[in-house]
Design a protein around this ligand. Structure first.
Ligand code: ADP
Length: 244
């Protein structure tokens, strides 16, 4: 569903991503782990087509920057950028129209209810608390139900109810055959959810493993993380992950 081949991205002289290659299966959840500054956001922004980079990225066999690919992928940024003079309802309506969705009002109702924003529909973007802004940011990204959804640190700033809702929605999307790439630097926040883990450090992939491979190795995600990022314990098992 997503194939990244030899992605390299420099900001000036800083290599934020170095020769990254991996592929994601349809209907899977991949967690992208890495310390701050590892290159997670840069990788996501490259996939969604916001940045220039070297290498090739394909979504369902389509070039990621093509109109067709953009139609089937979505991105939930780490930091919400809401319109101060649009209400919660107007934000949702705006996204629905931008994506030319049909029959969307039930889905809007459901998302606002699940994230406890239904009584905030008339509030303006700049009247929302930080956590509410974060929840609206999620609702906006989830509304179009893309085939490939990238979420950058989606759990940050959420209350326990919203975290549970988001985890359930991630599982529902996987069951519908959608593909998710979820970045985080908090390992515990995703431990139940993932099918594949990518661990990034200093712009390079240090590990690329399925849950089954990790379970067979007798390790935990946390152990693997520290093994590959701090060199503790045995050498990390890693797939080549090279995209074909
Ligand atoms: P992460 O999301 O894992 O925290 P980022 O992708 O944000 O990592 O950053 C990777 C590296 O690229 C860091 O060294 C960061 O300082 C640098 N970087 C990120 N964005 C920019 C930018 N717009 N300009 C210059 N350097 C950047």
């Amino acid at each position: 569903m997503l194939t990244v081949s030899h992605l390299t991205k420099f900001y000036g002289k800083t290599a934020a991503c170095r020769d990254i290659s991996f592929a994601l299966d349809p209907g899977s959840v991949t967690v992208l782990l890495g310390p701050n500054g590892a290159g997670k956001s840069t990788l996501m922004k490259s996939v969604i087509g916001f940045l220039r980079y070297d290498g090739a990225i394909q979504v369902a066999g389509l070039r990621n920057k093509s109109v067709e690919a953009r139609r089937i992928m979505g991105y939930i940024p780490e930091f919400p950028s809401l319109y101060p003079n649009l209400t919660v309802s107007e934000h949702m309506e705006f996204i629905a129209r931008a994506y030319r969705l049909t029959d969307y009002s039930g889905r809007i109702d459901e998302l606002l209810r699940r994230f406890e924003l239904d009584d905030k529909r008339r509030k303006f973007g700049d009247e929302l608390s930080k956590g509410m802004q974060q929840k609206l940011n999620l609702c906006l990204g989830l509304l179009p139900q893309p085939q490939l959804l990238l979420m950058d640190e989606p759990m940050i700033g959420l209350d326990p109810h919203a975290i549970r809702q988001l985890k359930e929605i991630i599982e529902e999307m996987r069951a519908e055959g959608r593909t998710l790439l979820v970045s985080t630097h908090i390992i515990d926040s995703v431990d139940m959810l993932w099918d594949r883990a990518l661990i990034l450090q200093a712009g390079e992939i240090r590990a690329n493993m399925t849950r089954t491979q990790l379970e067979e190795s007798g390790s935990t995600l946390e152990d693997l993380f520290f093994e590959v990022t701090e060199g503790q314990g045995k050498e990390a098992p890693a797939e080549s992950g090279a995209a074909e």
